[in-house]
Design a protein around this ligand. Structure first.
Ligand code: UTP
Length: 302
């Protein structure tokens, strides 16, 4: 079973980053020198994907410029012996094909995925939300692709979240636990209250979907009153007796779709980079000093 295409929905408005997103796509926010969207594309390529479809809109042109070759810049950098600065992005550009479909208005994640229908055909395909950056030994999409091949079915990524946070996520109800990390899904509950949550396994932004998702999306779009939701379409597939699995992804996830998550990702990744670690520690030290009781040595507080 070949899974070689990924859909990257990037047509959201990014209102949580206003006023920045008045002119700039949130997908282009820098995370230590690379735009946020670079990470999910890199992850897809590291998972064996070779065709990337971005769902964009008229204000996201910077994304297509970033994933396009820039021969003038390359020759300039070559003259200055600095070609290594663009090594990673140039490798991505050489390895994959990039396509773009515009979503004319933000009618929801489900609607964005439905726009990919002509591009997919009858295959299984991956979906990666660029708001989620997942770092780990094994690329998150590769983990899902392995399970989708094994089960010949749709697989969604989940992670355990603290119980008091379940109401911010879509959560799965387990039908059967297959291994410590793999579950067959009974149903999905969108943003449940703590007392109604059937588990603390929250759906995160990685999926491998059967093409049958498109007929479910079309079917539910008839009675969707608000935005068309991807989780509602997966729930519809389950009602049609399609098998859906959830896999507990190994890796650290950063939600860079919120200013708080973006800041955490930036600081955490900078701390893992010898080039930046010392600067971050100095800033933290400066601020922690303010709160240090005078009788305590500094190093104990840090
Ligand atoms: P979000 O629900 O996080 O919405 O979208 P958003 O518009 O990006 O951000 P806020 O809430 O206004 O701050 C989840 C994913 O679905 C995509 C987004 O780009 C993001 O990757 N999306 C959402 C679309 O592509 N189209 C849509 O109509 C809605």
């Amino acid at each position: 079973m070949e899974i070689v295409k990924v859909v990257i929905p990037a047509a959201g408005l990014g209102t949580r980053f206003l006023p920045y997103t008045k002119t700039m796509p949130k997908e282009m926010l820098p995370i230590i020198g690379k735009p946020a969207i670079h990470f999910s594309v890199q992850e897809a390529i590291n998972s064996g994907i070779d065709h990337v479809l971005f769902i964009t809109n008229r204000s996201k042109e910077l994304i297509s410029n970033y994933f396009d070759s820039a021969p003038d810049l390359d020759s300039l950098l070559e003259d200055k012996n600095k070609l290594h600065e663009v090594k990673d992005i140039n490798h991505i550009i050489k390895t994959a094909h990039f396509s773009y479909i515009r979503q004319s208005s933000p009618l929801g994640l489900g609607h964005a995925v439905l726009m990919a229908k002509p591009f997919i055909g009858k295959e299984y395909f991956a979906v990666a939300l660029p708001d989620d950056i997942i770092m780990g030994k094994k690329p998150a999409l590769a983990q899902l692709i392995r399970i989708a091949r094994q089960e010949k079915a749709t697989v969604i990524a989940v992670q355990e979240v603290p119980h008091d946070q379940v109401s911010s996520y879509g959560v799965i109800r387990i039908k059967k636990q297959i291994t410590p990390n793999l579950f067959q899904v009974d149903s999905l509950i969108e943003k449940p209250s703590l007392k109604d949550a059937p588990s603390n396994l929250a759906i995160i932004g990685r999926y491998v979907l059967s093409h049958k998702i498109f007929s479910s999306l079309e079917e539910i779009s008839g009675y969707a009153t608000n935005e068309l939701q991807l989780t509602d379409a997966i729930a519809h597939m389950l009602q049609q007796n399609e098998r859906v699995f959830a896999y507990k992804i190994e890796g650290t996830r950063y939600d860079v779709g919120t200013p708080r998550g973006w800041l955490k990702a930036t600081v955490d990744l900078a701390m893992q980079d010898p080039l930046h670690k010392e600067d971050i520690l100095q800033v933290v030290q400066k601020h922690t000093q303010i709160y240090i009781p005078t009788n305590q040595p500094l190093q104990k507080v840090i």
